[in-house]
Design a protein around this ligand. Structure first.
Ligand SMILES: Nc1ncnc2c1ncn2[C@@H]1O[C@H](COP(=O)(O)OP(=O)(O)OP(=O)(O)O)[C@@H](O)[C@H]1O
Length: 637
């Protein structure tokens, strides 16, 4: 059965609905617009504008570079007529000198123009890259959920250079060739307008091949972008997941995945060559037809005395010079098309909407400090349109109180916490702080009031000091040591040869799981924020360290509003309110004692953990006594 195609209006509507869920998906390339030179250069202009003076200088320098080509061709006419035919020896002496002189001047201009163009190109690339990185920082969390690291790295790293280098090189090439072509055409017309018509007439045959290639290139390049991003993601996974790869013996699997992706890219590369590189031989053919036509008609014109032999040779030399860039136009055309597509992709990113855009922060309230507390009012939320995660969550946290979120795995506890610093926007309902919706506050002021210890305790490449001070750049060494002491890391750091300045590797790879978690607690401590969110902050710790860190967390929580997600219920018995969140709903709430008395979901959870613990302790005791009796038996024997 045939599926009915959606109408344009329907598509627009779907796009609108989708844009809430997927701000922008980098691997979707089928919607790319056509590459038009005019639109491309219009898009390029804002980046070029600040450097227009240098760009014009670069252009002025290219005029003589191009025009000097014609001088050599033009000199052939007097040379042929005066030296070869009239046998004037004196003329022959200075012509070679003049040609060398011109070439020296041309070389100097080429050098100067490359310096100027290199500067302009570099500056433009820098400003595109800076703008893109600023934009990347404003993308909301959802953007990073739906785009893999490869697409982000490829699009943000590669496209700036490709667009600026391709378009600058193209402008330079175009202008040099343009001025050289104009002057060469002058030489052609000067020598014979009839032959000029023949020589230029054949160029109309170039239009169709160029059009065909332009269409094909667009499709192939879009697929190659996707292939490249997949490969970069694989490289990322290979470095970041190298322990899992080794421990699970996944090298073969990874290699097969790599091979498939690399082969795909190879096939695309070959397809690009196959589908576009026929342009060069076609250009050769067209130019040969031009030369053949000129030779054929030129002889007639010489024979009937319309032009001299000198004029004919000069014409032929100018024509060959004019045709040379046309023969290589295929390669330039491909690189320009790539640059135009890269520019399209850049604009797609720059134009993408994000609620974190600074511009949206105008007219917003500044949250100086949280005074009253937080309230969730009938909050609904979904990551994808297929599944609602929070189905109407409501609760209140008064200032200075500790609230614990417990419940089934995947029930939505982390999601609830992500909505407070506005990592995501609610679908409906509201998250209020001091009576105002979090959307009414500037993001900076809102987030400065919150310290979060995430489940995965992400650490930056760099030193221990850097990982702490990133939360408070003006922190003194004393404050840093205080934070380390309170997170029970001070002894460990003191024992390191470089102390605070020890480099901990990417994602803190040289630290143990517990040390990573304690370092992220130290980072939260130094922030000294009135609201603390602890998303299973002690999950990577053993029983003993957990107790130690729990004490540190108690200091951190004192006098602050705290939201704690915990699986080990023993750690949150003292919470002012415990919310049991199952499948996106608050199914129970109250203090530990109230909930136990209720004998509901929480009581069930608690008892099962308690029983498990008791059982564990009993098993351990039994094992110990067994070991002891075996030892005693051995001694007896
Ligand atoms: N970025 C995301 N994109 C899509 N779905 C997500 C995303 N993050 C979480 N989910 C889904 O949302 C649901 C709630 O996840 P959440 O992390 O909030 O649960 P949780 O209660 O904190 O679980 P746990 O106790 O296991 O950490 C899960 O079903 C999860 O699959």
């Amino acid at each position: 059965m045939h599926k009915k195609k959606p109408s344009a209006e329907q598509k627009q509507q779907n796009k609108k609905e989708d844009s809430k869920f997927y701000p922008i998906i980098l691997s979707q390339t089928e919607d790319q617009k056509t590459t038009s030179f005019i639109r491309g250069y219009k898009q390029f202009w804002p980046f070029l504008k600040p450097y227009w003076f240098m760009a014009v200088l670069g252009i002025l320098l290219t005029i003589p570079v191009g025009a000097l080509d014609a001088v050599i061709a033009a000199f052939l006419k007097p040379f042929m007529d005066n030296v070869m035919i009239e046998q004037q020896k004196s003329f022959a002496d200075y012509v070679p000198l003049v040609i060398i002189g011109f070439t020296l001047v041309q070389g100097t201009f080429i050098y100067l123009s490359s310096i100027v163009n290199g500067y302009v190109g570099g500056k433009i690339s820098l400003s595109i890259r800076t703008k893109l990185y600023k934009k990347l920082l404003t993308f909301e969390t959802r953007f990073f959920d739906v785009n893999n690291s490869g697409s982000v790295i490829f699009r943000f790293f590669n496209d700036a250079d490709q667009a600026s280098a391709g378009l600058i090189a193209n402008i330079k090439l175009f202008l040099t060739k343009f001025f050289s072509s104009v002057s060469l055409v002058c030489v052609l017309v000067y020598n014979s307008w009839q032959l000029t018509l023949v020589a230029l007439g054949v160029l109309v045959f170039l239009i169709l091949p160029l059009r065909i290639v332009r269409k094909r290139i667009k499709k192939i390049i879009s697929r190659s972008v996707v292939g490249n991003t997949q490969l970069i993601t694989l490289y990322n996974e290979t470095t970041q997941g190298n322990r899992v790869i080794k421990a699970f013996g996944l090298s073969d699997l990874m290699f097969r995945q790599f091979k498939a992706k690399a082969d795909f890219l190879f096939d695309i590369g070959i397809k690009l060559v196959r589908d576009t590189n026929w342009l060069s031989p076609v250009m050769h053919l067209v130019s040969s037809i031009g030369v053949a036509g000129v030779l054929y008609f030129g002889v007639q014109l010489i024979l009937n005395g319309t032009i001299t032999s000198g004029a004919f040779v000069s014409f032929l030399a100018a024509l060959i010079m004019l045709y040379t860039p046309i023969k290589t136009i295929g390669n330039n055309f491909i690189s320009v098309q790539q640059a135009l597509l890269a520019l399209d992709r850049i604009y797609e990113l720059l134009d993408a909407k994000s609620f974190e855009d600074e511009a949206n922060d105008k007219d917003k309230l500044v949250l100086p400090t949280i005074k009253d507390g937080i309230e969730f009012k009938d909050v609904h939320f979904s990551y994808t349109k297929e599944r609602e995660i929070l189905k109407g969550i409501s609760f209140k946290v008064a200032m200075g109180k500790k609230i614990a979120l417990v419940g089934n795995s995947g029930g939505g506890k982390t999601t609830v916490c992500s909505l407070i610093p506005r990592l995501y926007e609610v679908d409906s309902g509201s998250v209020l702080i001091d009576g105002h919706d979090v959307r009414d506050y500037t993001l900076d002021s809102l987030r400065s009031q919150i310290a979060v210890v995430f489940q995965d305790s992400f650490l930056f490449q760099g030193t221990i000091r850097h990982n702490i001070t990133c939360a408070k750049p003006d922190a003194t060494d004393e404050e840093i040591h205080e934070a380390l002491k309170n997170s029970y890391l001070d002894e460990f750091v003191k024992g390191l040869p470089n102390g605070l300045d020890t480099v901990i590797g990417e994602r803190g790879v040289s630290l143990s799981g517990g040390q990573k978690q304690r370092l992220s607690i130290a980072r939260a401590l130094i922030r000294n924020a009135p609201l603390v969110i602890l998303d299973e902050a002690t999950s990577a710790l053993d029983n003993k360290s957990e107790k130690v860190v729990q004490k540190a967390l108690d200091t951190l929580m004192k006098g602050r509003t705290t939201i704690v997600i915990a699986h080990r219920l023993s750690t949150i018995r003292d919470a002012d309110t415990i919310l049991v969140i199952n499948d996106g709903l608050v199914v129970e709430s109250g203090t530990h004692d109230e909930l136990l008395a209720k004998n509901g979901v929480y009581a069930g959870l608690y008892m099962s953990q308690f029983k498990n613990k008791e059982q564990e302790e009993r098993d351990e005791a039994e094992l110990k006594s067994l070991e002891e009796s075996m030892r005693a038996e051995k001694v007896k024997a």
